[in-house]
Design a protein around this ligand. Structure first.
Ligand SMILES: C[S@@+](CC[C@H](N)C(=O)[O-])C[C@H]1O[C@@H](n2cnc3c(N)ncnc32)[C@H](O)[C@@H]1O
Length: 241
């Protein structure tokens, strides 16, 4: 059971850089559900994509898997000839995921790896998930990461990319930020929590415009690049190899 996210609820003298450490792991499901509009809908579409795109004998990769929310839904929709890889570079996330696995419902075997996703070679993939993960990599490395994923995918396979996005028009940026903060307030976060979390994460999570993601996926050789979801400053794209 996830605890309520209260990490930024008291004033901090210095707000350090956001880390996926054991404090965040303790509250993570609550944090992401109350911070990312549409998170549950995105997960449910990932489960649909598993049915639609995963090929027998292929592999699936959940890169930046956190506590395996997407992995858990995918593995129950694929047969045991499929290798499901869950990768994250946070040792606290991976340790907790290993504890949770035995309580999951039956499904295809999961290979859990603690690693930087840039060190992982995706191969034989019919489905790859980058759900709110690419945004934490330096922008100048993102072309190489997406190119490497594309090279390891089977024809007809799908990549699901979800990201926090930004806007070139300052008025749009201001409005989407305000609506996102209103969403967080409506889900119980105080102005202090919103402000402190923002300052902790702003140098680590670098959003790009939606069009930049679409262009990168197109340049990497995906044959169809379909933005299918946007709520305020969060978007998700299906890219078919
Ligand atoms: C917002 S969470 C992702 C949520 C998750 N995909 C889900 O659907 O619940 C971002 C995750 O990416 C991981 N991450 C960040 N940079 C990474 C990297 N370079 N390699 C692997 N994992 C990374 C973090 O540790 C964190 O668990």
């Amino acid at each position: 059971m996830s605890s309520r996210d209260d990490i930024y609820s008291v004033p901090l003298t210095t707000v350090g850089s956001f880390q996926f450490d054991s404090d965040v792991v303790r509250v993570f499901p609550d944090m992401i559900a109350r911070s990312v509009p549409g998170y549950a809908s995105i997960l449910s579409v990932i489960e649909q994509l598993a049915v639609q795109y995963v090929q027998p004998g292929s592999s699936v990769w959940d890169l930046g898997c956190s506590l395996g929310a997407a992995t858990r839904l995918i593995r129950r929709r694929v047969d045991s000839s499929v290798s499901v890889h869950a990768v994250d570079n946070s040792s606290a996330m991976i340790q907790r995921l290993q504890q949770l696995l035995p309580d999951w419902e039956p499904g295809a075997p999961v290979l859990v790896t603690e690693s930087d996703l840039r060190q992982v070679q995706v191969t034989n993939a019919s489905l790859v998930v980058l759900n709110l993960t690419l945004q934490f990599l330096p922008p100048e490395e993102r072309d190489g990461v997406i190119g490497g994923i594309a090279a390891g995918m089977l024809p007809g396979g799908a990549l699901l990319l979800s990201e926090k996005i930004c806007f070139e028009d300052p008025r749009q940026q201001e409005l989407m930020t305000k609506l996102h903060h209103d969403f967080k307030r409506a889900h119980g976060y105080s102005d202090l929590e919103i402000a402190q979390k923002r300052s902790a994460i702003e140098n680590m999570l670098i959003p790009e415009p939606l069009q930049r993601h679409v262009q990168r996926l197109t340049d990497a050789g995906f044959s169809a690049v379909i933005p299918w979801f946007q709520c305020f400053n969060f978007a998700s794209i299906i890219a078919v190899r």
